[in-house]
Design a protein around this ligand. Sequence first.
Ligand code: NAD
Length: 282
Amino acid sequence: RTSSHLVGLIGTGVGPSLTPAMHMAEGRAQGLDYVYRPIDLAALDIAPDRIGEVLGWARALGFDAVNVTHPCKQIVLRHLDRIDPVAQQLGAVNTVLFTDDGTVGHNTDTTGFAHGFTEGLPDADLDTVVLIGAGGAGTAVADALLRLGCRHLTVVDLDVDRASSLARELTQRHPAAQVDASSFDKLSVLLPDSDGVVHATPTGMAEHPGVAFDPALLHPDLWVADIVYRPLDTEMLQAAHAAGCRTLDGGRMAVHQAVDAFALITGISPDADRMSRHFRQT
Ligand code: NAD
């Protein structure tokens, strides 16, 4: 099959993203004419609330699809003709397909976390899980955990109101599960009785070093997932290894959001292991 694909990544500060190179390498390996370019709204001096216009331009200029990232994942929804039910439920879209029937939005952050989780922590117990970080990434992770069958999720954030409102929204979306918000000082009570913890704040990145909570609370019966992927081996994951925990690094989500987007864009299931090797080499 011969086919060409022109894809963009729209957001602010997308220049250093590893996603374009990962897509292009997989496109080459699949024998496709596949071009994926960052479109940095900050560098172009375009306000994020003009995302609807930008989508129109991209479509008119021949793009087949775009990934949409910070800070446009929520505002983009009102500019789409159709939205996949999982993305609609989440209220965030990161992949837009320009089809003959109009623009269609999907969210591969949440499906990507779920696929990465199933791959990297197979058979992990999901009964009782703590999520630290109730921002955009934390929301995508929370929905993924609840779709995977988590029965009791506790959301913790420095911003207590944000944790509470996410917990309320999740309860509405997933009435069969028990979702609560809690404060940081309760982690010493929560973590000893939890099956797993997912960290979804920027802590652990070069600009925000450290661990978001006291690593002495880690214990060998807890699986530990990080979504920070720069670096891959965060201080939290090092502490988790030392404590004997099963771990999942942020690279899994980063790779699988691209795997799922590539499949939606091309209709071809990419080689996830090859995309992962590419990501981990760069
Ligand atoms: P965000 O700003 O929307 O949310 C971050 C949340 O963390 C906020 O609610 C904030 O109050 C909270 N927070 C900050 N510092 C904290 C701390 N020390 N303790 C507790 N809570 C704290 O950001 P986001 O878009 O959700 O991204 C969060 C992180 O996830 C970033 O590091 C980003 O790089 C990473 N991320 C990874 C992937 C992936 O594919 N692996 C995808 C998206 C985002």
